[in-house]
Design a protein around this ligand. Structure first.
Ligand SMILES: NC(=O)c1ccc[n+]([C@@H]2O[C@H](COP(=O)([O-])OP(=O)(O)OC[C@H]3O[C@@H](n4cnc5c(N)ncnc54)[C@H](OP(=O)(O)O)[C@@H]3O)[C@@H](O)[C@H]2O)c1
Length: 287
């Protein structure tokens, strides 16, 4: 999801980029990763690859660890050898998610899920290996045109159900993948100091608040989204009740953080809606 928007943003800027999906490069393969980076000798490598199935990671932590920790370690080693900078994408799940104020970039991580532990290991692998040229960009609550996500699910459910129950006691920052792509490119272009940056929208809401905004954008009655507590929808991996990230790292780098989540959703909505409607079209079998 993020990788597709990043590639599109780079193309729109005329930046030459080599985009590799899993079939082209498995980042858990250290030697293939070294060869790919050595062959391209890029100025910057951006790692959007990840094991993102949060619940599945609870029963397959070793496999998630291979992608989310060994993968970035392999990339960091390859970047160190090639002289490339590395931007690695991480998550709010590295934090405990029980705070009452936004998590700062240097707050102490305390992941409560297997996914969070694997992502934290990935962060450390990058920052340990590339203290001068490694970047960790934490994001959260992503949506975009590519791939399944909460906003697209709400668009689909609005057309299918008279009412939808959505969790209203988990707080976060809905964030458009295109906005994250823009911040990653800005970091890469400006040569900002290495370290951790938080690329989430400003403001905050709940999943219910986000769903109601989606219904409103569809011209549907927002009260068709009914608030429920997270305890009514238990998941294998506990979801953070408070996933709000602070953005203090951007100003010293001379860069602006991402703006308000609602304004971003309004900008993103036409493309996300079009992608969802296209996905809902029945496919025609080839002759
Ligand atoms: N989505 C969110 O709400 C969210 C929130 C916070 C942070 N993040 C982080 O943001 C980044 C991008 O997330 P996303 O939502 O765009 O993820 P995504 O849509 O699930 O994309 C992840 C990609 O990684 C690929 N991949 C998996 N294993 C790989 C391997 N061994 N080698 C190479 N590629 C591999 C996947 O390929 P296949 O499709 O072939 O499996 C997929 O294309 C990730 O680091 C994620 O942890 C996401």
């Amino acid at each position: 999801m993020l990788g597709a928007d990043l590639v599109a943003a780079l193309a729109a800027r005329g930046e030459p980029a080599t985009a590799l999906d899993r079939a082209a490069l498995d980042v858990t393969d250290a030697s293939a990763t070294a060869d790919a980076v050595a062959a391209a000798r890029p100025g910057v490598v951006i790692n959007c690859a990840a094991w993102t199935a949060v619940d599945d990671a609870e029963v397959a932590e070793d496999r998630a660890m291979a992608v989310n920790a060994d993968g970035p370690a392999n990339l960091a080693t390859a970047c160190a050898a090639a002289g490339s900078r590395l931007v690695h994408v991480s998550t709010d799940y590295v934090f405990a998610g029980d705070s009452a104020q936004p998590y700062a970039e240097d707050d102490v991580p305390a992941p409560r899920t297997a996914y969070g532990r694997t992502k934290l290991a990935g962060e450390r692998a990058v920052l340990d290996r590339l203290p001068e040229t490694g970047y960790v960009v934490r994001t959260a609550w992503l949506y975009g045109a590519h791939g399944p996500n909460f906003v697209r699910t709400m668009i689909r459910l609005e057309g299918q159900r008279p009412a939808v129950d959505v969790v209203d006691d988990q707080h976060g920052q809905p964030t458009w993948t295109a906005d994250v792509a823009g911040r990653i490119i800005a970091l890469a272009e400006t040569g900002a100091r290495p370290g951790i940056y938080h690329a989430t929208s400003a403001g905050q809401t709940t999943w219910c608040g986000l769903a109601r905004e989606v219904f409103s954008l569809l011209g549907a009655e927002p009260s068709r989204v009914r608030p429920v507590p997270a305890s009514a929808m238990p998941r294998p991996a506990p979801r953070p009740s408070y996933s709000v990230l602070g953005h203090g790292g951007w100003a010293p780098a001379g860069l602006a953080p991402i703006g308000d989540w609602r304004a971003a959703l309004h900008r993103a909505f036409p493309s996300v809606l079009a992608a969802q409607r296209a996905a809902e079209q029945p496919t025609t079998a080839p002759n």
